[in-house]
Write a new protein. Structure first.
Length: 303
């Protein structure tokens, strides 16, 4: 099969229509250039260039072959550049797991920052709860997880990337909307929609701790996993809820959000998680370059 060097020689002669100028352009002499053309024609079994003492022209086969020759050379050059970019992390794919709540808190900025810093890195997104993300990280099905910090496992590294307050989600017309400075204590004996102790363990334990410290005993009327389901139930008037502040971006009809005073200013936390032996260069570029994943690095000392 013909070589790229022979294609390059043919393209030069075809464009210059002069062996002397083509040889000068390629920084070589005419005899080896002529041999390259002859060998290419021999390999293809057709004459590409009609050369006389007065002129150089392309045959019909040469005219037809020139666009393909240019395309092959461009593809080869592009492939070489692509291969060099992969080890540097400029090109590649990163599979990211996220929870429904983190999608509102961090994911939009993360996607924006990756597009800006690493436009040729593709992100594949998979929604799953934190415990399933850890399993997927361990098995290699995920490169990066956005998880709640209660989940730990040997071989998984984490970095704090986001924290936010809890806010009250109240149905329109609820009595607590008239309270000027709402606090956790106001939820004593109130009907509260609670997080599942299994599938939403982090938020379940966070609220149990929050209510216990405040000496509050709400009435739990439903247990659910996802914040958007919780807001739907609040909208129906079933009860009130404590949700991450980022849930306000959902703009659920019939739900009014109110800030609440708490002993911990920003108790809701989110970590980035990845395998300690992760070999994906694109992942390491994301971890290094994307501002969303460095949000708390200066505060916590994690790098």
């Amino acid at each position: 099969m013909f070589s790229l060097s022979r294609l390059t020689c043919f393209i030069a002669v075809a464009e210059e229509l002069h062996f002397g100028r083509a040889a000068e352009r390629l920084h070589m002499t005419q005899p080896p250039l002529s041999r390259q053309i002859q060998q290419l024609e021999s390999e293809l079994g057709v004459q590409l260039i009609d050369r006389t003492s007065r002129s150089v022209t392309l045959t019909a086969a040469g005219v037809a072959f020139l666009p393909d020759a240019r395309r092959i050379v461009r593809l080869a050059e592009s492939a070489a550049l692509t291969v060099k970019r992969v080890p540097a992390g400029d090109l590649g794919t990163v599979v990211i797991g996220f929870t429904a709540a983190s999608a509102h808190a961090v994911l939009p900025r993360l996607l924006s920052d990756v597009r800006a810093a690493l436009p040729d890195v593709e992100l594949v997104l998979r929604e799953m709860v934190s415990s399933i993300q850890i399993d997927a990280l361990t098995s290699g099905d995920l490169d990066l997880g956005l998880i709640r910090p209660t989940v730990t496992r040997p071989g998984i590294l984490t970095r704090p990337i986001h924290r936010e307050a809890l806010v009250a989600a109240l149905p329109e017309g609820h009595e607590l909307l008239d309270v000027e400075r709402l606090s956790v204590t106001h939820f004593d004996d109130q009907p509260v929609i609670m997080y599942s102790p299994v599938d939403a363990r982090y938020f379940h334990e966070l609220l149990i701790s929050t209510f216990t410290v405040a000496g509050v005993t709400p009435r739990y009327v439903q247990y659910v996993t996802q914040v958007h389901t919780m807001l739907m139930l609040v909208s129906s008037g079933l009860g009130c809820a404590l949700v991450p502040a980022s849930a306000r971006t959902m703009h659920t009809e019939g739900v009014v959000f109110r800030e609440i005073r708490s002993s911990t200013e920003e108790p809701v936390r989110l970590n980035a998680a990845w395998r300690h032996d992760a070999a994906n260069p694109a992942l390491h570029r994301v971890l290094t370059d994307v501002k969303a994943l460095l949000l708390l690095a200066d505060r916590t000392g994690h790098r």
